[in-house]
Design a protein around this ligand. Structure first.
Ligand code: F6P
Length: 471
């Protein structure tokens, strides 16, 4: 079996206290199982020229990380990746702040990654590149003569071409995805949007199938909804609810029902909108006042970026307003915490909650939703309230699906979740849990790797048409 080389901006080096977020949750166990190399940014910004790649071996995995220079970090990470691509791919054209300088920094860092990665590459390695930071990486590697199998998976949404084409210079960037052998998306909608982009903007026409020719290669487009370690997380939650930490939290609630939300502080997560919905719930369903506590855990994220400071202020104001209006000396309706919590602590809190509020305005998948379901006690499960705009909504169709832009509708769903009869809760939970076991994390990784490593075959249902002009 070929060695697997994973490349992502964040790398989940095991002894590091900071976590890489959803991406680490997905990649870490996959790589540990199969073994291989994980290459990416060290998380450090160097004052002068960066040190050479640092190599560390743990268990089955070699972690190779590299520092970024200050201007590279600014233009690549804070600039193009997170002030342009992130908002646009989350359908937020209004928040994109494009500069050609940042775009230049983005391409420069992808070249820099290719230059340092190639020193570690063997010709028969299979390379799996992750996420929007590294769209042009395969092209940079191909230009250096690497003919390896290279797959790409984007963890965040891919909007319709009508939105993507508002990105200045999209024609320099998006067609670079044609240098991968496999381009994977979270949902059918994302994959279809990309296919439409390829057809509309690159002059390719699609007769049928999910692949096209690019030069002398076949590029396949696939849908691979990322999963969680459903059964292992369920076992973790069963143990975690007994920990002193979770018991203390439960004691502090004095028998009140708990609603939980866990998100990075990010405008895509719809946290202020969710708080307005909770406020509406307290206003419209006064019987619940004093009987329910909403715990929102929100570690800060991308703090150098102005829009993230803005969303932090908005959330803080909403918390103050709600607690000021509805709180009592003996009851705080909304507990808002920026501290990051361990997986064990979160697993226990999910299991202890009567409802999980996961209401992003747009999300590639949302693994909190899946972990919340995995963590429940099947005999007495809490209810997932989930945005229809999260990728997870497709597999979690038995959750209470809501429109996060409709606070009144979300308030009604909160009331419904808290009042839901046991039998309905059990049925909804069992239906979702079954789906999440069938498509768990290992299934996701195996399906992607199998599609990537499958030899291109003439019987493939692909069609190409005109490669000229791509990339
Ligand atoms: O896919 C979303 C993502 O960008 C991942 O790369 C990462 O897990 C998460 O968001 C956290 O973002 P950042 O790496 O910018 O802290």
């Amino acid at each position: 079996m070929a060695r697997l080389v994973v490349v992502s901006n964040r790398v989940g080096v095991p002894d590091r206290s900071t976590r890489a977020g959803g991406l680490e949750v997905a990649i870490g166990p996959t790589l540990r199982r199969r073994g291989g190399l994980w290459f990416g940014w060290s998380g450090r910004v160097a004052d002068g020229d960066p040190d050479p790649t640092k190599i560390a071996d743990h268990d089955n995995v070699t972690y190779a990380t590299i520092d970024l220079r200050k201007d590279d970090h600014q233009e690549f990470y804070n600039g193009f990746a997170n002030r342009v691509l992130w908002p646009i791919l989350h359908y937020r054209l209004d928040l994109a702040e494009f500069t050609r300088r940042d775009l230049g920094g983005y391409f420069r860092v992808n070249e820099f990654f290719a230059r340092h990665l190639e020193k570690l590459l063997k010709p028969d390695d299979t390379i799996w590149v992750h996420d929007y930071h590294l769209i042009p990486l395969a092209k940079a590697l191909r230009e250096r003569g690497h003919a390896n199998k290279i797959g790409f998976f984007i963890h965040i949404p891919f909007p319709p071409p009508e939105i993507v084409t508002a990105l200045p210079n999209h024609d320099q960037l998006i067609p670079a995805l044609c240098h991968y052998d496999l381009v994977g998306f979270q949902t059918e909608v994302d994959a279809t949007n990309f296919s439409r982009y390829i057809a509309n903007e690159c002059g390719l026409s699609w007769a049928a199938g999910n692949a096209f020719h690019y030069g002398n290669r076949v590029v396949t487009i696939g849908t691979f909804p990322v999963g969680v370690e459903t059964e292992a997380f369920s076992r973790l939650a069963r143990r975690a609810i007994e920990t002193t930490f979770v018991r203390d939290v439960l004691d502090s609630l004095s028998g009140r029902a708990m609603i939980i939300g866990v998100d990075r502080l990010d405008y895509s997560k719809g946290i202020p909108e969710r708080m307005s919905a909770f406020e509406r719930f307290l206003a419209n369903f006064p019987d619940w006042r004093g009987k329910v506590t909403y715990l929102q855990i929100t570690p800060r994220s991308r703090t150098d970026i102005a829009e993230y400071a803005d969303i932090g202020r908005l959330v803080g104001e909403a918390v103050g307003r709600i607690n000021g209006t509805y709180g009592e000396a003996s009851w705080t309706p909304l507990r808002y915490i920026n501290k990051a919590h361990s997986r064990t602590a979160l697993a226990g809190l999910y299991r202890a909650a009567r409802a999980g509020l996961v209401t992003p305005l747009r999300d590639g998948m949302n693994l909190v939703a899946k972990e919340f379901v995995a963590a429940q006690n099947p005999d007495d499960p809490g209810v997932l309230i989930l945005s229809r705009f999260a990728g997870a909504a497709h597999e979690c169709a038995a959750a209470l699906l809501v429109n996060p832009y409709d606070p009144e509708g979300v308030a009604i769903a909160i009331n419904r979740a808290l009042a839901m009869p046991l039998e309905e809760r059990r049925q909804r939970h069992a239906a979702t849990y079954k789906v999440l076991v069938a498509n768990d994390l290992s299934h996701w990784a195996e399906r992607f790797m199998a599609a990537l490593e499958r030899p291109p075959n003439a019987a493939n249902d692909w069609t190409q048409v005109r490669a000229a002009g791509i990339g």
